[in-house]
Write a protein that binds this ligand. Sequence first.
Ligand code: IPE
Ligand code: IPE
Ligand code: MG
Length: 245
Amino acid sequence: MDKTDYEKSVNFSKIPRHIAIIMDGNGRWANRKFMPRTMGHKAGMEALHRTVETCARIKVAFLSVYAFSTENWKRPPEEVNYLMQLLVEYIDKEIDELHRNNIKIMITGDYAALPVQCVKGVEKALDRTKNNTGMILNIALNYGSRREIVRAVRIIAEKSLNNEINPADIDEDLIGSLLYTQNIPDPDLLIRTAGEMRISNFMLWQVAYTELFVTPVMWPDFDRSILMQAIWNYQQRERRFGGLK
Ligand code: IPE
Ligand code: IPE
Ligand code: MG
Protein backbone atom coordinates (compact mmCIF):
# COMPACT_ATOMS: atom_id res chain seq x y z
CA MET A 1 0.00 0.00 0.00
CA ASP A 2 1.19 3.51 -0.74
CA LYS A 3 2.25 5.70 2.20
CA THR A 4 -0.78 7.97 1.87
CA ASP A 5 -3.28 5.10 1.58
CA TYR A 6 -3.01 3.98 5.21
CA GLU A 7 -4.55 7.23 6.34
CA LYS A 8 -7.55 6.59 4.06
CA SER A 9 -7.94 3.02 5.28
CA VAL A 10 -7.67 3.64 9.01
CA ASN A 11 -10.91 3.29 10.96
CA PHE A 12 -10.90 6.43 13.07
CA SER A 13 -13.67 5.13 15.29
CA LYS A 14 -11.41 2.26 16.37
CA ILE A 15 -8.19 4.00 17.32
CA PRO A 16 -6.17 2.01 19.88
CA ARG A 17 -6.89 3.36 23.33
CA HIS A 18 -3.29 3.14 24.54
CA ILE A 19 -0.32 3.48 22.18
CA ALA A 20 3.20 2.97 23.56
CA ILE A 21 6.32 3.93 21.64
CA ILE A 22 9.97 2.92 22.01
CA MET A 23 11.49 6.00 20.39
CA ASP A 24 14.70 4.50 19.04
CA GLY A 25 17.25 5.42 16.38
CA ASN A 26 18.15 9.02 17.17
CA GLY A 27 21.87 8.25 17.18
CA ARG A 28 21.81 6.27 13.94
CA TRP A 29 19.76 8.98 12.25
CA ALA A 30 22.42 11.52 13.17
CA ASN A 31 25.30 9.22 12.21
CA ARG A 32 23.88 8.77 8.74
CA LYS A 33 23.87 12.51 8.35
CA PHE A 34 27.43 12.80 9.72
CA MET A 35 26.11 14.75 12.68
CA PRO A 36 26.75 14.22 16.40
CA ARG A 37 24.31 11.89 18.19
CA THR A 38 22.98 14.84 20.16
CA MET A 39 21.53 16.31 16.97
CA GLY A 40 19.56 13.11 16.59
CA HIS A 41 18.08 13.56 20.03
CA LYS A 42 17.17 17.12 19.19
CA ALA A 43 15.42 16.02 16.01
CA GLY A 44 13.76 13.28 18.05
CA MET A 45 12.21 15.92 20.25
CA GLU A 46 10.48 17.37 17.20
CA ALA A 47 9.18 13.94 16.25
CA LEU A 48 7.74 13.67 19.74
CA HIS A 49 6.05 17.05 19.34
CA ARG A 50 4.41 15.91 16.08
CA THR A 51 3.39 12.56 17.48
CA VAL A 52 1.79 13.98 20.61
CA GLU A 53 -0.15 16.44 18.50
CA THR A 54 -1.39 13.79 16.08
CA CYS A 55 -2.31 11.31 18.80
CA ALA A 56 -4.29 13.92 20.71
CA ARG A 57 -6.07 14.94 17.53
CA ILE A 58 -7.12 11.41 16.58
CA LYS A 59 -8.26 10.83 20.17
CA VAL A 60 -5.74 8.35 21.48
CA ALA A 61 -6.56 8.19 25.20
CA PHE A 62 -3.10 7.20 26.47
CA LEU A 63 0.26 7.73 24.79
CA SER A 64 3.31 6.24 26.52
CA VAL A 65 6.77 7.16 25.29
CA TYR A 66 10.04 5.60 26.38
CA ALA A 67 12.36 8.58 26.83
CA PHE A 68 15.16 7.29 29.09
CA SER A 69 15.76 3.80 30.44
CA THR A 70 17.45 2.69 33.63
CA GLU A 71 20.12 1.21 31.32
CA ASN A 72 20.71 4.44 29.40
CA TRP A 73 22.94 5.65 32.29
CA LYS A 74 25.60 3.40 30.73
CA ARG A 75 26.07 5.94 27.94
CA PRO A 76 28.86 8.53 28.01
CA PRO A 77 28.11 11.27 30.56
CA GLU A 78 28.03 13.96 27.86
CA GLU A 79 25.17 12.18 26.12
CA VAL A 80 23.29 11.56 29.36
CA ASN A 81 23.70 15.22 30.31
CA TYR A 82 22.47 16.31 26.92
CA LEU A 83 19.37 14.14 27.24
CA MET A 84 18.63 15.56 30.68
CA GLN A 85 19.00 19.09 29.36
CA LEU A 86 16.73 18.23 26.46
CA LEU A 87 14.06 17.02 28.85
CA VAL A 88 14.04 20.36 30.66
CA GLU A 89 13.95 22.12 27.30
CA TYR A 90 11.08 19.94 26.09
CA ILE A 91 8.98 20.74 29.12
CA ASP A 92 9.72 24.47 28.94
CA LYS A 93 8.93 24.61 25.26
CA GLU A 94 5.89 22.38 25.18
CA ILE A 95 4.11 22.81 28.48
CA ASP A 96 1.86 25.72 27.40
CA GLU A 97 0.70 23.91 24.29
CA LEU A 98 0.23 20.61 26.11
CA HIS A 99 -1.86 22.37 28.71
CA ARG A 100 -3.88 24.25 26.08
CA ASN A 101 -4.63 20.91 24.43
CA ASN A 102 -5.92 19.55 27.74
CA ILE A 103 -3.14 16.91 27.85
CA LYS A 104 -2.26 15.47 31.23
CA ILE A 105 1.37 14.53 31.86
CA MET A 106 2.18 11.38 33.75
CA ILE A 107 5.61 9.96 34.54
CA THR A 108 6.58 6.32 34.93
CA GLY A 109 9.99 5.60 36.37
CA ASP A 110 12.19 6.89 39.14
CA TYR A 111 12.31 10.53 38.03
CA ALA A 112 13.30 11.65 41.53
CA ALA A 113 16.78 10.25 40.81
CA LEU A 114 17.29 12.65 37.88
CA PRO A 115 19.27 15.90 38.17
CA VAL A 116 17.45 18.51 40.24
CA GLN A 117 16.59 20.71 37.24
CA CYS A 118 14.78 17.78 35.64
CA VAL A 119 12.91 16.91 38.82
CA LYS A 120 11.75 20.52 39.10
CA GLY A 121 10.69 20.62 35.45
CA VAL A 122 8.82 17.33 35.72
CA GLU A 123 7.02 18.40 38.87
CA LYS A 124 6.04 21.68 37.29
CA ALA A 125 4.58 19.83 34.31
CA LEU A 126 2.75 17.31 36.50
CA ASP A 127 1.26 20.05 38.62
CA ARG A 128 0.31 22.32 35.74
CA THR A 129 -1.57 19.60 33.86
CA LYS A 130 -2.95 17.59 36.77
CA ASN A 131 -6.58 18.62 36.25
CA ASN A 132 -6.57 18.13 32.48
CA THR A 133 -9.03 15.62 31.11
CA GLY A 134 -7.73 14.95 27.59
CA MET A 135 -5.03 12.56 26.44
CA ILE A 136 -2.64 11.20 29.07
CA LEU A 137 0.96 11.61 27.94
CA ASN A 138 2.93 9.08 29.93
CA ILE A 139 6.67 9.72 29.75
CA ALA A 140 8.87 6.82 30.85
CA LEU A 141 11.87 8.48 32.47
CA ASN A 142 14.60 6.55 34.21
CA TYR A 143 12.24 3.68 33.64
CA GLY A 144 13.08 -0.02 33.66
CA SER A 145 10.41 -2.64 33.80
CA ARG A 146 12.44 -5.06 35.92
CA ARG A 147 13.16 -2.34 38.44
CA GLU A 148 9.46 -1.47 38.46
CA ILE A 149 8.60 -5.09 39.24
CA VAL A 150 11.28 -5.33 41.94
CA ARG A 151 9.80 -2.22 43.54
CA ALA A 152 6.36 -3.83 43.60
CA VAL A 153 7.75 -7.05 45.09
CA ARG A 154 9.45 -5.10 47.87
CA ILE A 155 6.22 -3.33 48.75
CA ILE A 156 4.44 -6.68 48.89
CA ALA A 157 7.18 -8.23 51.05
CA GLU A 158 6.99 -5.35 53.51
CA LYS A 159 3.22 -5.50 53.72
CA SER A 160 3.45 -9.22 54.21
CA LEU A 161 5.97 -8.84 57.06
CA ASN A 162 3.57 -6.35 58.67
CA ASN A 163 0.74 -8.86 58.25
CA GLU A 164 -1.11 -6.46 55.98
CA ILE A 165 -1.15 -9.01 53.13
CA ASN A 166 -1.55 -12.74 53.14
CA PRO A 167 0.63 -14.42 50.43
CA ALA A 168 -2.47 -16.22 49.19
CA ASP A 169 -3.99 -12.83 48.34
CA ILE A 170 -1.18 -11.89 45.96
CA ASP A 171 -2.65 -11.88 42.47
CA GLU A 172 -2.24 -10.16 39.12
CA ASP A 173 -4.46 -7.26 40.13
CA LEU A 174 -2.40 -6.62 43.25
CA ILE A 175 0.87 -6.62 41.34
CA GLY A 176 -0.63 -4.42 38.61
CA SER A 177 -1.80 -1.98 41.26
CA LEU A 178 1.76 -1.57 42.53
CA LEU A 179 3.28 -0.71 39.16
CA TYR A 180 3.75 2.88 37.96
CA THR A 181 0.98 2.23 35.44
CA GLN A 182 -1.57 1.35 38.14
CA ASN A 183 -4.09 3.91 36.85
CA ILE A 184 -3.88 3.27 33.13
CA PRO A 185 -4.81 0.31 30.92
CA ASP A 186 -2.17 -1.89 29.27
CA PRO A 187 -0.94 -0.70 25.86
CA ASP A 188 -2.97 -1.95 22.89
CA LEU A 189 -0.24 -1.17 20.39
CA LEU A 190 3.52 -0.96 20.95
CA ILE A 191 5.50 0.75 18.22
CA ARG A 192 9.29 0.50 18.05
CA THR A 193 11.19 2.63 15.56
CA ALA A 194 14.64 1.91 14.10
CA GLY A 195 14.03 -1.77 13.44
CA GLU A 196 15.26 -3.54 16.57
CA MET A 197 13.12 -6.58 17.40
CA ARG A 198 13.32 -6.27 21.17
CA ILE A 199 11.52 -4.75 24.12
CA SER A 200 14.58 -3.32 25.95
CA ASN A 201 13.02 -3.54 29.42
CA PHE A 202 9.90 -1.54 28.55
CA MET A 203 6.61 -2.41 30.28
CA LEU A 204 7.30 -6.15 30.36
CA TRP A 205 4.30 -6.88 32.53
CA GLN A 206 1.99 -4.51 30.70
CA VAL A 207 2.72 -5.66 27.13
CA ALA A 208 1.71 -9.30 27.77
CA TYR A 209 -1.01 -9.07 25.08
CA THR A 210 -0.03 -5.88 23.30
CA GLU A 211 0.18 -5.86 19.50
CA LEU A 212 3.71 -5.08 18.31
CA PHE A 213 4.69 -2.96 15.33
CA VAL A 214 8.34 -2.44 14.42
CA THR A 215 9.29 0.02 11.68
CA PRO A 216 12.78 0.55 10.22
CA VAL A 217 12.12 4.30 10.25
CA MET A 218 14.39 6.15 12.69
CA TRP A 219 12.57 8.07 15.41
CA PRO A 220 13.46 11.57 14.10
CA ASP A 221 11.75 10.63 10.81
CA PHE A 222 8.61 9.30 12.46
CA ASP A 223 5.54 11.07 11.20
CA ARG A 224 1.80 10.85 10.81
CA SER A 225 1.96 8.51 7.82
CA ILE A 226 3.98 5.90 9.75
CA LEU A 227 1.69 6.23 12.72
CA MET A 228 -1.22 5.59 10.36
CA GLN A 229 0.58 2.54 8.97
CA ALA A 230 1.02 1.21 12.52
CA ILE A 231 -2.61 1.84 13.43
CA TRP A 232 -3.86 0.34 10.18
CA ASN A 233 -1.73 -2.74 10.82
CA TYR A 234 -3.09 -2.98 14.33
CA GLN A 235 -6.63 -2.81 13.01
CA GLN A 236 -6.01 -5.85 10.76
CA ARG A 237 -4.97 -8.02 13.70
CA GLU A 238 -7.20 -10.42 15.55
CA ARG A 239 -6.60 -10.12 19.28
CA ARG A 240 -7.38 -13.41 20.93
CA PHE A 241 -5.83 -13.06 24.39
CA GLY A 242 -5.22 -16.79 24.40
CA GLY A 243 -8.81 -17.61 23.59
CA LEU A 244 -10.44 -18.56 20.32
CA LYS A 245 -12.00 -16.29 17.78
C1 IPE B 1 16.73 6.62 21.29
O1 IPE B 1 17.74 6.75 20.34
C2 IPE B 1 16.82 7.65 22.37
C3 IPE B 1 17.25 7.13 23.69
C4 IPE B 1 17.51 5.88 23.94
C5 IPE B 1 17.40 8.09 24.75
P1 IPE B 1 19.18 6.12 20.56
O2 IPE B 1 20.04 7.14 21.23
O3 IPE B 1 19.10 4.82 21.25
O4 IPE B 1 19.66 5.93 19.07
P2 IPE B 1 20.42 4.69 18.46
O5 IPE B 1 19.64 3.47 18.82
O6 IPE B 1 21.79 4.70 19.03
O7 IPE B 1 20.41 4.94 16.99
C1 IPE C 1 15.35 1.82 24.35
O1 IPE C 1 16.32 2.13 23.41
C2 IPE C 1 15.25 2.93 25.36
C3 IPE C 1 14.64 4.16 24.89
C4 IPE C 1 14.13 4.36 23.70
C5 IPE C 1 14.58 5.23 25.86
P1 IPE C 1 17.84 1.70 23.59
O2 IPE C 1 18.56 2.26 22.43
O3 IPE C 1 18.33 2.10 24.93
O4 IPE C 1 17.73 0.11 23.52
P2 IPE C 1 18.83 -0.97 23.14
O5 IPE C 1 20.08 -0.66 23.94
O6 IPE C 1 19.07 -0.86 21.67
O7 IPE C 1 18.20 -2.28 23.49
MG1 MG D 1 18.91 2.90 20.63
